[in-house]
Ligand binder design. Structure first.
Ligand SMILES: Nc1nc2c(ncn2[C@@H]2O[C@H](COP(=O)(O)OP(=O)(O)OP(=O)(O)O)[C@@H](O)[C@H]2O)c(=O)[nH]1
Ligand SMILES: [Mg+2]
Length: 202
């Protein structure tokens, strides 16, 4: 995908504040600090379109970005941050599930999992919500630069087994080396425009 433009649209704390349904939407979901914002920045070739933070649990808003005036990226708030205020923890589930259940422009989701970790209850919950609401999704394994090639392969195999999917369904990605960027874009275009030509493809 050639990036012509990438712009922040709005941040919302509640459903009523979500912007009008304009373009097909892709949601980025995952634990705090997993690298959601970093992935979006790499996808759109921008250093700081989305604020990244070494202090997890800060992004408690749903952030909308307009890509090329034909696609919307949605950076969902992270979960699983032990030090997050109780209110934030309590509100995360209903907020995200309502978004997944009711957002008609949502075409698919990327679930991000740190390649060094194992999927836990929160990840399995998200997968169950995606399935319950008929939202196709792909899994991206972030921070793939933390391993050498060999170890990376064995960790992809491990997580595939834990999720009960095939290895080639998981996309290793690094925001540092940009490894996997093209594969993530392919996954996104497959989700948004299945079996069709991608508009404005290179
Ligand atoms: N080594 C490495 N570090 C990464 C990678 N992606 C993100 N990070 C680092 O991980 C930290 C969190 O990244 P973010 O992109 O802010 O994570 P997030 O999922 O948006 O976090 P929240 O907004 O808090 O939910 C930052 O310090 C990033 O620099 C990666 O691919 N490799
Ligand atoms: Mg973030």
């Amino acid at each position: 995908m050639k990036i012509v433009s990438a712009e922040f649209v709005t941040s919302a704390v509640k459903y009523e504040q979500y912007p009008e349904l304009k373009h097909p939407e892709i949601a980025f979901a995952g634990r705090s600090n997993v690298g959601k914002s970093s992935l979006i920045n790499v996808l759109v070739n921008r250093k700081r379109l989305v604020k990244t933070s070494s202090t997890p649990g800060r992004t408690q808003l749903v952030n909308f970005f307009d890509i090329n005036d034909n696609l919307t990226f949605v950076d969902l708030p992270g979960y699983g941050f032990a030090k997050a205020p109780k209110k934030v923890v309590r509100e995360w589930g209903p907020m995200v599930e309502r978004y997944l259940a009711e957002r008609r422009s949502l075409k698919g989701a990327l679930l991000l999992i740190d390649i060094r970790r194992s999927p836990r209850e929160d990840e399995f919950n998200l997968i169950a919500w995606f399935q319950a609401h008929g939202i196709p999704f792909k899994v991206v394994l972030t921070k793939a630069d933390k391993f050498t090639n060999n170890k990376r392969g064995s960790n992809v195999a491990r997580i595939a087994k834990e999720l009960g999917v095939k290895k080639n369904e998981l996309i290793p990605f690094s925001a540092l080396s940009r490894m996997g960027r093209d594969d993530v874009w392919t996954a996104i275009t497959d989700l948004v425009w299945p079996q069709k030509e991608t508009p404005e493809d290179e």
